[in-house]
Write a protein that binds this ligand. Structure first.
Ligand SMILES: [Zn+2]
Ligand SMILES: [Zn+2]
Length: 616
């Protein structure tokens, strides 16, 4: 059995494929009768990707076909976040999703990361639309930045568009935006593409997969999904639509790889209800529950539980309040009359009769939960015997901050629940292996391309598909920028396009190509301010007046400004409580924010501010 099967001159192309046994069997025309495909343990032959010593692109193959569909992954293949993929048929480009990614902590001063859209800008006259699968930040978060460069029509479902509208309004782009509501089950024609929005279930509402019909064939993009057969909102995963396309024949499937490391099925969203209800019923005092603000089903279940156990709910945190408002206005959230307690009334409300739903499950600095944890929230405190429920995944990278936050809660003698050890209080919104297999079985694509994951997830998803043996053509491991062209002759590797991360400072809406460039530029133009504060680690007391060192920040009334800056820092520290002072990431962030505002007001500059805390 040749590894290079299916290519005239395979040696230059085989390196992009996971070769499947089933492909051979089908080509030999007796796949149905051949039980070996099931019986034998499959072997992954070749997974080497884009070796640069092979010249790739136009020259390396000759296609007789004139029509072709090119897939251009721009983000999300190789990382979690900034999902974006372009499909090009002739001169028409359709983009799926435009997500952002939160930066790793080492990207100092960068607020968020978006995909590099150089390719789309170079082809701006050809971009017909951006089609959205759902409203998570990793799928819509880059829109405010991208639309400034590329104002193209946007298609999405009602809830997704409502979230997009909010973002665009904040960025001042709403008036010029062209938004079109998509309805699951209906078709939309966009240039040569006919797009069907297929209802899927996930950890937020109104999510869709996409079936994109082109003259070359139908491609299906799963979006983010799990197969929840008992969704809280009764909007079912449309298995039939996938089966229908599967029967018709699907050219390529792009499917969510997030949970490929998990065997079995992801449980239904409903599984969290019994445990949360039990904790709420037995809670001696107030319950403070945090989940992702976009988890509308979770919020619905908590409201339903509150109703059953005779408690009221209060929503705190901007994103929580915003999302609840949007979902309620659109009729996605059922809230009984008289159920909601206003934040300002929480203190005076009987703690035995209340559930507080707060945002900040990842202990984001300045979020409600982070503030509540250190007694710095206007309306909510944690007292002895309060119940705290973290009903969210602990996203890798956030562990330290989250556990530090929970420690503050434990220190206050709260009853803190943050894992599923005694019954699920959180469940994933992504498909596990069995659901991923089911989707593959239904769609039976000719080509399969895993998406939404780091490289190992994509790889393991490819291996899973291979093991299944339903992919009749090939399984391809693509990464951002690595393009593939489909023609009637097959699938061909193309010259890679520019792809990568663009770092953004959301305050200035400025794109930053490289962090180094940004810092250098920043330093040269705006200078640097280093406030130095000595804090006693045990008492949390400030030991001496703050020192401020500046470079490259010229000002006529320099001394006056420095004195003012010293006072700002001293005041910020004074106004923070002992726990905040002991938590250096919190106190540094507070100093940075306050000082930034002051210096900007005084000098209209935005220097790099690097607070230094000396432990004494
Ligand atoms: Zn999602
Ligand atoms: Zn996602």
């Amino acid at each position: 059995m040749g590894i290079y099967h299916g290519f005239g001159r395979g040696e230059s192309r085989n390196d992009i494929r996971v070769h499947t046994e089933s492909a051979e069997e089908e080509h030999r025309g007796h796949r149905e009768e051949n039980p070996r495909a099931q019986a034998r343990a499959p072997v992954l032959h070749v997974v080497v990707w884009y070796d640069s010593e092979f010249g790739c692109g136009e020259k390396t193959y000759l296609s007789k076909s004139k029509q072709s569909l090119t897939v251009i992954p721009l983000g999300g293949l190789g990382e979690f976040g900034m999902n974006m993929m372009a499909f090009r048929f002739g001169d028409d480009i359709l983009v799926v999703d435009a997500g952002m990614m939160f930066p790793e902590s080492e990207l100092l001063g960068v607020d968020l990361v978006i995909p590099d859209i150089t390719y789309l800008k170079q082809n701006r006259q050809h971009v017909r639309a951006i089609v959205l699968t759902h409203g998570h930040e990793d799928h819509i978060g880059a829109l405010p930045y991208i639309l400034r460069d590329l104002n193209v029509p946007i298609y999405g479902t009602r809830f997704t568009l409502a979230l997009v509208k909010k973002r665009l309004a904040e960025a001042g782009l709403l008036d010029s935006a062209k938004l079109f509501e998509a309805v699951p089950g209906r078709l939309v024609e966009i240039g040569p593409f006919e797009v069907e929005f297929i209802a899927v279930t996930h950890s937020t509402i109104d999510c869709v997969a996409l079936a994109i019909r082109t003259p070359v064939g139908v491609v299906i993009h799963s979006g983010d999904f799990k197969i929840d057969q008992t969704p809280v909102d009764h909007y079912q995963f449309d298995l039939h639509a996938f089966a229908r396309y599967g029967n018709e024949g699907v050219l390529a499937l792009f499917s969510d790889s997030t949970n490929v490391e998990r065997p079995g099925f992801t449980p239904s969203e409903r599984v969290v209800a019994p445990r949360i209800e039990e904790l709420t019923r037995s809670a001696p005092r107030r319950v403070v529950l945090t989940c992702f603000a976009s988890s509308v089903h979770r919020i619905q279940q908590v409201i339903d539980i509150a109703d059953r156990v005779g408690r009221k709910v209060a929503f705190v945190g901007r994103s929580m309040v915003d999302n609840v408002e949007i979902a309620h206005d659109l009729g996605y959230l059922r809230i009984p009359d008289g159920m909601v307690v206003r934040p300002q009334d929480i203190r005076s409300f009987d703690p035995k009769k209340l559930i507080v739903l707060a945002s900040g499950s990842q202990a984001e600095p300045m979020s409600s939960m982070s503030r509540i944890a250190v007694d710095n929230h206007r309306f909510v405190t944690i007292d002895e015997n309060d119940t705290v429920i973290l009903s969210a995944r602990i996203i890798p990278g956030n562990e330290k901050a989250i556990f530090r936050m929970l420690d503050h809660m434990f220190r206050r003698r709260a009853l803190v629940y943050y894992d599923n050890s005694a019954g699920p209080i959180h469940v994933s919104g992504h498909a596990s292996q069995e659901e991923q297999k089911l989707l593959l079985q239904l769609v039976k694509p000719k080509y399969f391309i895993p998406v939404h994951g780091e490289y190992r997830h994509l790889f393991r998803h490819a291996a899973l598909a291979h093991q299944l043996g339903v992919v009749s053509g090939e399984i391809m491991l693509l990464e951002d920028g690595k393009c593939v062209e489909f023609t009637e002759d097959g699938a061909f590797r193309r010259d890679p396009v520019t792809a990568g991360r663009v770092l953004v400072d959301s305050g200035s809406l400025e794109e930053i190509e490289e962090i180094v460039v940004r810092d250098r530029k920043h330093l040269s133009e705006e200078g640097v301010v280093i406030p130095i504060i000595a804090i006693d680690k045990h008492t949390g007391r400030v030991e001496s007046a703050p020192e401020i060192v500046t470079r490259g920040l010229m000002s006529e009334n320099g001394n006056e400004m420095l004195e003012g800056a010293r006072q700002v820092v001293a005041r910020t520290v004074e106004n923070s409580n002992l726990e905040e002072r002991a938590d250096w990431s919190v106190i540094k962030e507070k100093i940075r924010v306050d000082l930034k505002r002051y210096i900007n007001k005084q000098t209209s500059k935005r220097p790099l501010i690097l607070p230094v805390i000396l432990e004494v």
